[in-house]
Design a binder for this molecule. Structure first.
Ligand SMILES: *Cc1c(COP(=O)(O)O)cnc(C)c1O
Length: 233
């Protein structure tokens, strides 16, 4: 473990966030670093935790549950960020604090109904497919107002904001413009609904976090820059 790169990687990732915030005069505390730990062993999460990292993002339910059990002595905030099948909603609702990848009312309803009453409402983001790519999950911006209206009525969940994974742009300014669309959509939604819980923009990964932060990201989801390149997944 002593030769792990994770502690240094975390320091440099946090520095990148600080620099990106300074560049656009944002308070660095307004950006949460979500460590995306899919395909990584529980021991890697433990190393990151020992460096102060608390929020972890997982894409695959069974893998996440195994790690959660192994790390049950730690006070981790668990975020589900992968595609959701309806037969998995109960376990997701019982085991996570946040879900970023909701794109259907049916899924939101099940997460709400299945949320244990002893837990606070589950924090949800709606996933937006900004490029309208067929290959990606997420709703279009046109579908957003109606779905948001329905989801915010559900008692077991709190609608917190929007998530997107836009296609890579070569030009950083173009990348920022795409992220800005998500920010505009959240602003519009806040005005339409007067919902003060809408405070979250989950956008930006290892390759594009500066553009996302410049456009208002409040959660950046970083895997590779913390844990190294993945072989798969
Ligand atoms: C894997 C993944 C990330 C992290 O991507 P990196 O490029 O490794 O930082 C972020 N968000 C989602 C939804 C992911 O699946």
């Amino acid at each position: 473990m002593s030769d792990s790169l994770i502690p240094n990687n975390l320091v440099s990732t946090r520095q990148r966030i600080d620099d990106a915030c300074a560049q656009v005069e944002r308070d660095t505390h307004t950006v949460l670093l979500l460590a995306v730990s899919k395909t990584r062993p529980a021991s890697d999460l433990r190393i990151a935790y020992e460096q102060g990292q608390r929020a972890f993002g997982e894409n695959y339910l069974q893998e996440a549950l195994d790690k959660k059990e192994e790390l049950s002595d730690l006070d981790i905030q668990w975020h589900f960020i992968g595609p959701i099948q309806s037969n998995k909603t109960r376990a997701i609702s019982e085991n996570f604090d946040w879900v970023h990848s909701v794109d259907r009312l049916k899924i939101a309803r099940r997460l709400s109904e299945q949320r244990p009453s002893a837990l606070p409402p589950l924090n949800l983001c709606l996933q937006i497919n900004l490029d309208n790519e067929d290959s990606k999950s997420g709703i279009s911006l046109e579908e957003l107002p109606e779905l948001a209206q329905q989801v915010q009525e559900l008692p077991g969940v709190t609608l917190r904001g929007l998530m997107a994974i836009p296609a890579k742009r070569e030009n950083p300014e173009e990348q920022q413009q795409v992220f800005a669309k998500l920010c505009d959509a959240l602003d519009a939604l806040r005005r339409q609904t007067n919902n003060t819980s809408l405070d979250t923009l989950s956008m930006g990964m290892s390759g594009d976090m500066e553009a996302a932060i410049a456009a208002g990201a409040t959660i950046v989801r970083i895997g590779t820059d913390i844990f190294g390149a993945r072989n798969h997944g």
